[in-house]
Write a protein that binds this ligand. Structure first.
Ligand SMILES: *Cc1c(COP(=O)(O)O)cnc(C)c1O
Length: 423
């Protein structure tokens, strides 16, 4: 597939050039009649990232030239479309350093990927009294599917705490592991605190007891280099729309021997070998878990997004984002009354904060008047906001296209919030 590759002679990260790839970033918001609005300062990429021209173009080109349903057609377009769709599976495998594209299942979202494992693996191999270990900083997507399993099968959920910085308590985790533990499901990077968890150590401790581990990599895969074989993850999950790709695309990586023994999650076309009313036989994974027509065009877009990320270089992106996080943290913590939630060393570029005396919804609404888009709420991780006793927070998240000037805009808009409220 044709995607533009950044100039390899580029030695420093040229964020202005990167920004030029994202059409939406040049727009203004809150325009009024005859009055230009504020430049958009998009600091909500942890909820969903913006899309580069390369992704938009790849999808348009596919729709204009090669679109067809895949896998079952003998005609030219169907085969072309199938080849392109399957090529993305290979790209995802390389992106995660999976041993093979057989390990890659396409889902509609990270949420669907967790539900797939909970429904298929969970219902087949867990029973009453078995324990699942989660952490207190999980996204609801990695809590609720296990609670549904709990209601269904009587499994028990144990929760690993974090310290006041948001660092996972590894000792408590080791203590929770027991002969009753049948699965560990923990985030690789918190979408609220930014905490990166010691995935390799988490997996090692679980594997000592023969317990498989699922990592929610929805954030980690965006902000760093992930190697599922080095971590020794049994399951690894990511989501396309946070990776500068389209919505409707998620990924489940699974070790093949695990995938192979798992029963189907949904039934329908494309996952069957043969169907009769006496009995239906199922294809091998990954096809077994991909019932129905997938998000074909969107998967093509995901492939272009991964190419785009690789063209900038994942290490270069991480270094750029780390610089922004450090810069913004330093500036924001100088503002009196601002409390930053999540200060774990080596954290991802996510900055959750409260402003003393101001409700976070008011923070979000007022900074928005300055063009600054942040998220407010509990960020789909209610147990965590309880842990820190803060209720909702405001969250600024940084991506490969953000700048120090945007961090400055965040800080000055927060100062404006304080002035507005006399806080
Ligand atoms: C966004 C997010 C999810 C859910 O991803 P979807 O693809 O939107 O379902 C799960 N976990 C974490 C950590 C996230 O940030």
């Amino acid at each position: 597939m044709d995607t533009q590759i950044a100039d390899p002679t580029l030695t420093t990260y040229d964020v202005e050039r990167v920004r030029a790839d994202f059409p939406v970033l040049s727009r203004t918001v809150h325009d009024r009649k005859g009055k230009p609005g504020k430049p958009l300062v998009y600091l909500d990429s942890a909820a969903s990232a913006q899309k580069p021209r390369q992704v938009i173009d790849a999808m348009t080109r596919f729709l204009e030239e090669d679109y067809s349903n895949i896998h079952r057609g003998v005609h030219f377009l169907s085969q072309t479309a199938t080849d392109q769709f399957e090529a993305v599976r290979g790209k995802v495998a390389r992106f995660l350093n999976a041993p093979s594209e057989r390990n890659i299942v396409f889902t509609r979202s990270a949420t669907e990927a967790v539900n797939l494992v909970a429904h298929s693996y969970g219902r087949a191999f867990l029973s009453e009294g078995d324990e699942i270990i989660l952490s207190v900083m999980e996204h609801h997507a990695n809590i609720v599917p296990w609670q549904l399993l709990q209601a269904d099968k009587g499994v028990r959920i144990k929760v690993v705490p974090v310290d006041d910085r948001g660092v996972l308590d590894l000792d408590a985790y080791a203590d929770l592991l027991s002969d009753r533990t049948k699965l560990v499901a923990i985030t690789h990077c918190s979408n609220v605190l930014g905490t990166v968890t010691p995935a390799k150590e988490i997996a090692r401790l679980a594997h000592e007891r023969g317990v498989p581990v699922l990592f929610d990599g929805s954030q980690a895969a965006v902000h760093g280099v992930v190697d599922v074989q080095d971590i020794d993850a049994d399951f690894y999950i990511m989501t396309g729309h946070k990776l500068y790709g389209p919505t409707g695309t998620g990924v489940l990586y699974g070790k093949y021997d695990l995938l192979k023994k798992m029963p189907p999650y949904q039934g329908g076309g494309d996952m069957i070998e043969s169907v009769s009313f006496e009995g239906t036989t199922f294809k091998l994974p990954p096809a077994r878990f991909e019932a129905g027509t997938p998000a074909i065009t969107e998967v093509i877009g995901l492939g272009a997004a991964l190419d785009y990320i690789e063209s900038l270089g994942r290490e270069a992106i991480a270094a750029h984002e780390h610089d922004l996080l450090r810069y913004a943290t330093e500036k924001l913590s100088q503002v009196e009354g601002v409390r930053i939630i999540g200060t774990a060393p080596g954290k991802g570029p996510i900055l959750s904060f409260t402003v003393e005396g101001v409700h976070p919804h008011d923070v979000g609404t007022i900074v928005d008047q300055y063009g600054v888009a942040v998220r407010v709420g509990r960020h789909c991780a209610e147990p965590l906001s309880e842990r820190f006793g803060v209720g909702p927070t405001a969250r600024a998240s940084f991506a490969l296209y953000n700048t120090r000037a945007e961090a400055d805009a965040l800080v000055s808009s927060v100062i404006a919030v304080k002035e507005f409220f006399g806080a």
